[in-house]
Design a protein around this ligand. Structure first.
Ligand code: ADP
Length: 261
C-alpha cells in the first residue's frame, strides 16, 4: 500500500483538472488563462503542470529557468507575481535543460506526479488547476487516485471544433465517467479566427463540434474560444493576456468560462 500523502491539498478549496483528447488543441492555453482570470478575479490560485513529457506552462508565463525552492514542509511553487497569488509547479523547473525530453517509464512518471500532489506547499489557495497530458493514460489515473479523498470539483474538456478532435473528447468523457470525475463542461478552442485589424471572427475550421457533442452527451457547454493572434503572441512572450486584452472577444469568452466555474 502507498504511504499516506502529506496533506498540502487539504487547504485547497477547489481542484479542477484540464483534459483534452489529443495534444495541440489548447489545453495548456486554457489552463493558463483560467488561472490568470481567477487571479484577476481576486482568487489565490495554483497551477500544476503534470504534462511531464511536454511541460509548456513555465514558458507561457516567461518563467523558464526558475528554480523551485525547498522549505521544511516541502517544495514551494514558483510565483508569477510578488503578491504570490498565482503559484506554478512544473517538471520544467526541476530539469536542467527544458529542451531535453523527459524519457521516463510509467512508474517514474507516476512517482513524480504523486510527489507533486503531496509535496508542493500550495498553502491556503482557492483553486488548484491541473494541466494533464493529452489523452487518457496511467498519469491521469495516478492524478485521479491521488485526489480521490479531496473530491476534485471535476474536469474541463478542451477540444477544437473539428470532428476528429471531438471524437477524442468522447473517450475523455468515458474516462471521466469510469473514474467518477464530474465533467464540468466542454470548451471549444480555436473556434473562429479573430482578425487582428477589425476583430471580426471568421470560422476557419468548422464550428460547433464541441457544442453539439455537449448537447448530445448532456454535459454543459462552456463556450467557444477564438483562434486569436494576440493570445498566441502573449503565450509566446509570457505576457498576461487576461490583464492586457480585456476588450477582446477572446477575453470575454474566457471570462465566461471562469464565471461558470
Ligand atoms: P495543448 O496543451 O493542447 O498541447 P497548447 O495550449 O500548448 O496545446 O497550444 C498549442 C499552440 O496553440 C500554442 O502555441 C498556443 O499558443 C496556440 N493556441 C492555443 N489556443 C489558441 C488560441 N485560442 N488562439 C491562438 N493560439 C492558440
Amino acid at each position: 500500500m502507498d504511504a499516506p500523502m502529506t496533506d498540502h491539498l487539504s487547504t485547497v478549496r477547489h481542484v479542477i483538472l484540464v483534459l483534452s483528447g489529443k495534444g495541440g488543441v489548447g489545453k495548456s492555453t486554457v489552463a493558463t488563462q483560467i488561472a490568470l482570470g481567477l487571479k484577476h478575479a481576486g482568487k489565490k490560485v495554483g497551477l500544476l503542470d503534470v504534462d511531464l513529457c511536454g511541460p509548456s506552462i513555465p514558458k507561457m508565463f516567461n518563467l523558464e529557468g526558475s528554480d523551485v525552492h525547498q522549505c521544511p514542509e516541502g517544495w514551494l511553487p514558483v510565483y508569477m507575481d510578488k503578491e504570490q497569488t498565482l503559484g506554478i509547479m512544473s517538471i520544467a523547473f526541476l530539469i536542467e535543460n527544458t529542451d531535453d525530453a523527459v524519457v521516463w517509464r510509467g512508474p517514474k512518471k507516476n512517482a513524480m506526479i504523486k510527489q507533486f500532489l503531496s509535496d508542493v506547499v500550495w498553502r491556503d489557495i482557492d483553486y488548484l488547476i491541473i494541466d494533464t497530458p493529452p489523452g487518457t493514460s496511467d498519469e491521469h489515473i495516478t492524478v485521479i487516485e491521488s485526489l480521490k479523498s479531496y473530491c476534485p470539483d471535476g474536469a474541463l474538456l478542451v477540444t477544437t471544433p473539428q470532428g476528429v478532435a471531438v471524437g477524442d473528447v468522447r473517450r475523455e468523457m468515458t474516462f471521466c465517467r469510469k473514474t467518477g470525475i464530474p465533467i464540468l463542461g466542454i470548451i471549444e478552442n480555436m473556434s473562429g479566427f479573430v482578425c487582428p485589424c477589425c476583430g471580426e471572427i471568421t470560422n476557419v475550421f468548422s464550428k460547433g463540434g464541441g457544442e453539439s457533442l455537449a448537447q448530445q452527451s448532456h454535459v454543459p457547454f462552456l463556450g467557444c474560444i477564438p483562434l486569436d493572434p494576440m493570445l498566441a503572441a502573449s503565450l509566446e512572450e509570457g505576457k498576461d493576456f487576461m490583464e492586457h486584452y480585456t476588450q477582446s472577444p477572446t477575453f470575454a469568452a474566457l471570462d465566461n468560462v471562469i464565471q461558470r466555474l
